[in-house]
Write a protein that binds this ligand. Structure first.
Ligand SMILES: Nc1ncnc2c1ncn2[C@@H]1O[C@H](COP(=O)(O)OP(=O)(O)OP(=O)(O)O)[C@@H](O)[C@H]1O
Length: 752
């Protein structure tokens, strides 16, 4: 028997690779057409190997009949076929890996010279918007990602990657294993698809590979050109998250131009960067919608496919070496999805390494991937060429019984759903022998049994050889490898430029808010009502003065309350964008912070001017230019201080519900401590008023209006007002500093 076995193996090895491939494919086709016939030939599921160690022991004990004379023949066929198949898979995996990478002109020097789109190409090619027909695509109307600039090639390898989280319950703490020993690799020029049922760990694996998930520390090793993750990679990695994180009020062109200005290296001029944005627009076929707003829940904008392409454009604009995409085709029709995957192919052809998760691809899509990882409950069920997946599963006895999209078949298997799928008879025998209810469902092996079988099949057949392959050093020179190791961060623009870009981007994004008639109406209506209520009020008696002081206190409270609740939204609303852009090292946090907090100031300071113009003269407050302007300055200072509080609460909580609750309690406390309602505050709590911007504003307003009447007004001593101004100025800076530090401490959310 041994002789027969070795001669069979020898024959297999002596055949040419193509012969083997043809035979294997033919066997697989035959198995797919008629799974039963292969059984009869002795090479079907039964002969495909006793893969489950546990199952095989059970089988040997329970089915002595199978260990008779025929076993020798069966074992021989099984072993020789399995050896042949293993050989094929190994060969195909290693041989095809670099084919596309080498065909792409991968320059081994690292510079940015910009994308080049020949003008004729642009003119000739029709735009590729969502209303294109599938025929256009078939006819090759799709634009190629034409890029003359070399890309730093990055070979990504990952071995035995595990990821566990601690789940803390009310009483208990449990460990959950999300990924369990995932091994694989992807090279420049290849598109690797991560497939698996919902919750199988695709996004977790993608974010780990993208270097965006580092807590809790994952097990195993992930290397980029045989080097561990370094900060340098942030600028070489593009990451397209599942949710499209874009500013809804910016147009497609604005979005990509700002990304180019912030992310491209300082060595490029502003014009070069803008040209790069235009090139990307053409390459992604977005020219027809380049001046359309992105849109969002409340604003109609570009279509879902266009939005996804903008997200991809945002990442490819930096000419990344590795591009990660989380479900780029979700929610898109099959034609648009195909277009996106075609685009990923073109991106890979330009020498980039592309890794994407994909939920349920059509068969046309499925065949476009070079490599495939199939996950089931966090375990690896298959890693290899996508085109070899069916061959592999047929080799372990799992084939579709009806014509089926391969992706659907693989997902069914990964889910343990074996309706319309043939599984090895040993799996049936197994569970029948044990007659375990938990292992059977309607007379079929349960999903858990199928899962265990698939995991063990992969471990025993392929895993070891894959791990060995990963030990081979990658074929690029040491210089190139060490580049990845650099810890130097390279900003695309200086601090000042970052500030200016972010400031103008903020102004553009919120330009609609500035001219929001709702806010203007709200403020002017309040002003008119106040003006009418205090119409031409006099201060000839203490009662009249107290009456008018009520108006001053209301102004102090209104312009304390309003800015806090507006500013609270600033950071929680932009959290996803901040996460995304900080993960990509697009700018310094300080530049973003200053730009974000100042770009709102024009409107925030314009409305109170309008308000005071109405109230001041209607209510007949002190009629002198100095008093008017000092009142105005006091209110503006109070607004900037109150904004600081709102920013600090928002940045600390980063959750609108909690932030608004805390803000309302704080604002109410400050209002009560403001010195109008309670005159005799108990000593032990009297310090509270010093924290209240209402208190300081009110005191300053009293001083401006009545210092010529009496040194003590409404129970408040009117001095030079420096203390109040100092306190408000300290609040302006202090609260902002607190907000900034809270943002600094904020942990980046993976995958957003
Ligand atoms: N930090 C975490 N804490 C607890 N559970 C987590 C955590 N991260 C992921 N999980 C769980 O791990 C599993 C895998 O999640 P993951 O998002 O990677 O799955 P997926 O395959 O991408 O799913 P989908 O296709 O639905 O997006 C899920 O059950 C998820 O709830």
């Amino acid at each position: 028997m041994e002789k027969a076995q070795s001669s069979s193996s020898l024959t297999s090895l002596m055949r040419t690779k193509s012969d083997q491939l043809v035979e294997t494919m033919a066997a697989a086709m035959a198995a797919m057409k008629s799974p039963m016939s292969s059984d009869q030939a002795g090479g079907g599921p039964e002969s495909s190997g006793t893969l489950s160690r546990k199952s095989s022991k059970r089988l040997a004990a329970a089915s002595p009949g199978r260990s008779n004379g025929s076993t020798g023949k069966n074992t021989h066929i099984r072993k020789s076929r399995s050896a042949q198949l293993k050989f094929d898979i190994d060969e195909v995996n290693s041989g095809a890996a670099l084919s596309r990478a080498s065909s792409a002109s991968l320059g081994f020097s690292f510079s940015f010279t910009g994308f080049t789109v020949p003008a004729d190409d642009v003119a000739d090619l029709r735009s590729f918007s969502d209303d294109e027909t599938p025929e256009d695509l078939e006819a090759g109307m799709r634009k190629k990602i034409s890029q003359t600039e070399p890309t730093l090639p990055i070979y990504l390898k990952f071995t035995e990657v595990t990821y566990k989280v601690i789940l803390k319950g009310v009483r208990t703490t449990a460990e959950k294993c999300i990924l369990n020993g995932i091994t694989g690799s992807v090279n420049p020029g290849e598109v690797l698809a991560l497939m698996g049922p919902s919750g199988s760990g695709k996004t977790t694996l993608l974010t780990l590979l993208g270097g965006r998930l580092r807590e809790p520390t994952p097990g195993g090793s992930i290397t980029y050109n045989d080097q561990p993750y370094s900060k340098f990679l942030k600028s070489r990695i593009g990451f397209v998250t599942q949710d499209d994180v874009l500013f809804p009020h910016l147009t497609v062109k604005e979005t990509l131009t700002y990304a180019a200005l912030l992310r491209l290296p300082k060595t490029l001029t502003k014009q070069d960067k803008e040209k790069r944005a235009t090139d990307v627009i053409y390459e992604l076929g977005l020219e027809r919608c380049q001046d359309t707003m992105i849109g969002g829940s409340f604003v109609r904008g570009v279509s879902g496919g266009e939005r996804k392409r903008v997200c991809i454009g945002n990442e490819i604009i930096i000419n990344p070496s590795v591009l990660f995409l989380d479900e780029p085709t979700s929610g898109l029709d099959s034609t648009t999805a195909l277009r996106i995957v075609d685009m990923l192919h073109d991106i890979a052809e330009a020498g980039k390494t592309v890794i994407t998760t994909i939920h349920q691809p059509s068969s046309r899509l499925f065949h476009k991937f070079d490599k495939l990882i199939l996950l089931g409950k966090g375990s690896l069920l298959y890693f290899g060429k996508a085109s070899e997946a069916m061959v592999y599963f047929s080799s372990i006895g799992c084939s579709p019984l009806i014509a089926m999209n391969p992706a659907e078949f693989l997902l069914d298997l990964a889910n343990g759903n074996i309706n319309d799928v043939s599984v090895p008879s040993e799996l049936h025998d197994n569970v029948q022998v044990e007659n375990s209810e938990s292992e059977m469902r309607n007379g079929k092996p349960s999903p858990a049994v199928v899962h265990e079988y698939l995991v063990e099949a992969y471990e025993t057949r392929v895993a070891e050889s894959e791990k060995k392959k990963l030990m081979i050093p990658i074929p690029i020179d040491e210089n190139m490898k060490s580049k990845v190791n650099s810890t130097k961060r390279e900003w695309g623009a200086s601090w000042g430029e970052q500030f200016s870009i972010l400031f103008w981007r903020g102004l553009k994004e919120r330009r609609h808010d500035y001219f929001s008639w709702l806010r203007i109406t709200q403020v002017t209506t309040t002003a008119v009502v106040l003006g009418l209520l205090w119409w031409q009020s006099e201060v000839n008696s203490p009662e009249e003065l107290q009456n008018q002081a009520g108006l001053l206190f209301f102004i102090a409270v209104f312009w304390g309350f309003f800015p806090v609740f507006t500013a609270i939204f600033t950071f929680p609303q932009e959290r996803a964008m901040l996460n995304k852009e900080r993960a990509a090292d697009m700018y310094r946090l300080s530049a973003y912070f200053v730009a974000r907090t100042t770009s709102d100031l024009p409107l925030d300071l314009l409305l109170p001017v309008l308000f005071l113009l109405v109230v001041y003269f209607m209510a007949g407050l002190r009629q002198s230019a100095g008093s008017f302007f000092l009142t105005m300055l006091t209110v503006l200072l109070s607004i900037v201080a109150a904004q600081g509080l709102g920013l600090a609460i928002g940045a600390t909580m980063m959750d609108l519900k909690r932030a608004t609750t805390l803000a309302s309690v704080t604002v109410m406390t400050f209002m009560l401590a403001g010195g109008y309602f309670v005159k005799e505050v108990p000593v032990f709590i009297s310090w509270l008023r010093y924290l209240s911007f209402n208190y300081h504003t009110y005191k300053l307003l009293l001083k401006v209006q009545y210092e010529h009447i009496s040194p003590i007004i409404n129970g408040k001593k009117v001095d030079n007002g420096y203390k109040e101004v100092g306190a408000l100025a300290a609040m302006v800076v202090g609260y902002r500093l607190l907000a900034y530090l809270s943002l600094r401490k904020m942990k980046l959310q993976p995958g957003t």
